[in-house]
Ligand binder design. Structure first.
Ligand SMILES: [Zn+2]
Length: 486
């Protein structure tokens, strides 16, 4: 029976094929649609942070690569970052659009009284997801939307946040050169369509480290800034070589600036209050003080008016506009040093010539911001923005629905090209390329059914049907009769 003849025995299979063909076509559509994102049309975005790159460094020494990006795209002169102006809080604000009190990374050094655990950027404590899970970074949102993300050393990007790692990422290792990070992330962007990332984050530790050690006023910083510009030049060249320069939207920014310190501007807390009465949680210039049980008022009263170069807040009295109050990881007493001043317990600790972390209204704390690419205007300078506005802007570029955040796309929409270069959401954009498949499949099915009918009618007119008895199975499948007859 399986040895069907062309004329009659093939009919059940032909019918089956004819009926299934359109479905097969549809199945192919779904399968293709699932794994075959049209990456060529989907927007791409690379967010780069040069840690501690102050906004005005680009005007201090020749920085041709930064200025090329400004000419080709946009510059924002004043970016108000989030309080406190430290590395971990601000990098998380950039990718969540949230203030520190909301995203939960409130400092580089933290204590969580519920977890009864401490966080330090110097230890493996950062790999505990519970510190990060109060927010969802953009790379996770991007992946939940079916896209792919790549992360090269961005703070927190090698942590399993909300149960998710970036699609591709490098575990943090400060000794990996900038050039290697760039080559890796460009490889991820350049992968075959179904493997390529759409969103990348890239981090470099300088000029922060040199800014701390030398002080931003040092003429030695000039060389450091020129070197960062050369690194940006390397990135631009690698993007060009990969054919990505005109396709990738490139944002170059930072977490904070840097200000000059002086050994003459030191506040020694031991002069005012015994260190036995409190735990020193976060470091200068915004210090988190956790009084020992029963000593809150005692510690506060001893510090409150102790030194004119520091503000001392009870947590509940921190000004609302700083958005640094509503989180249990913010300590009961907060000391904020005046710009340029250093808070220490005594002078035996490590002293730096440059620091950041001060009030985010200070220009010296503000980071650089330049961007270029198909989504951005050209040769456009904007006076100011808030760093939390970057998140909704990036979501817009990536056609992602932003999660609730503290930013506003309306505040930064003028950075975007007025031309309709922002592609429509990816799912509708994919449909047209597959729309012929079901129609072709159906047409082929109809043709084959008609062909079968012609053959069958011709056959029954030439042959006499066998008489009963036939089993009911065969009655319902008259096309089998020729084989059975044999
Ligand atoms: Zn930093």
């Amino acid at each position: 029976m399986l040895g069907c003849t062309l004329r009659g025995g093939s009919c059940p299979l032909v019918c089956l094929w004819a009926l299934l063909l359109p479905l097969v076509s549809l199945h192919s559509l779904n399968q293709h649609g699932h794994r075959g994102r049209d990456v060529r049309d989907h927007p791409k975005l690379l967010l780069v942070s040069f840690d501690g790159f102050r906004w005005d460094y680009v005007d201090r020494v020749p920085t041709p690569n930064f200025h090329a990006l400004m000419d080709e795209g946009v510059r924002v002169e004043k970016v108000e970052n989030t309080y406190i102006t430290k590395t971990f809080p601000n990098h998380y604000s950039l990718v969540t659009g949230l203030y520190a009190e909301t995203h939960g990374i409130v400092a580089n050094e933290m204590y969580d009284p519920v977890l009864n655990r401490s966080f330090s950027m110097e230890t493996d404590s950062i790999y505990d997801p519970r510190w990060w899970d109060e927010a969802v970074p953009l790379w996770v949102t991007n992946q939940r939307a079916g896209q792919r993300s790549g992360a090269a050393m961005w703070p927190g990007s090698d942590v399993e946040i909300n149960g998710t790692y970036p699609t591709r990422y490098l575990p943090y290792n400060a000794s990996v050169p900038f050039e290697t990070r760039v080559e890796q992330i460009i490889e991820w962007f350049s992968a075959p369509d179904e493997e390529a990332v759409d969103f990348g984050v890239l981090y470099w530790e300088e000029p922060d480290e040199s800014g701390h050690n030398l002080g931003p006023e040092s003429s030695l910083m000039d060389v450091v800034i020129v070197n960062i510009d050369e690194k940006l030049g390397f990135l631009r060249n690698e993007l060009r070589k990969a054919g990505l320069y005109e396709k990738v939207n490139l944002i170059v920014t930072s977490d904070h600036g840097m200000t000059q310190l002086s050994p003459d501007k030191i506040i020694e807390l031991d002069v005012y209050v015994s260190r036995d009465l409190y735990t020193w949680v976060d470091k200068s210039p915004v210090v988190g003080i956790l009084p020992k049980e029963g000593h809150f008022e005692d510690v506060y009263s001893k510090l409150a008016d102790a030194n004119p170069h520091m503000m001392v807040y009870k947590k509940v009295e921190v000004p609302e506009h700083l958005h640094y109050k509503h989180n249990i990881r913010i300590m009961p007493i907060i000391i904020e040093a005046q710009e340029g001043w250093t808070v220490m317990q005594n002078r035996t600790g490590r002293f730096m010539l440059g620091n950041h972390g001060y009030n985010n209204s200070l220009p010296s704390m503000h980071p650089v911001f330049v961007a270029r690419g198909p989504a951005f205007r050209q040769d456009y300078v904007k006076t100011s923005m808030r760093s939390v506005d970057l998140y909704p802007l990036m979501c817009h570029i990536l056609s992602l629905r932003p999660l609730p955040n503290n930013g506003s796309l309306a505040n930064v929409r003028d950075l975007l090209s007025p031309e309709p270069t922002t592609p429509t959401p990816s799912v509708p954009a994919r449909v047209p390329s597959y729309s012929y498949a079901p129609a072709v499949g159906s047409l082929l099915g109809v043709v084959m059914v008609l062909g079968f009918l012609v053959v069958y009618i011709r056959q029954v007119t030439l042959k006499q049907l066998p008489s009963l008895p036939l089993r009911s199975r065969e009655m319902s499948q008259p096309l089998l009769q020729e084989d059975l007859h044999l």
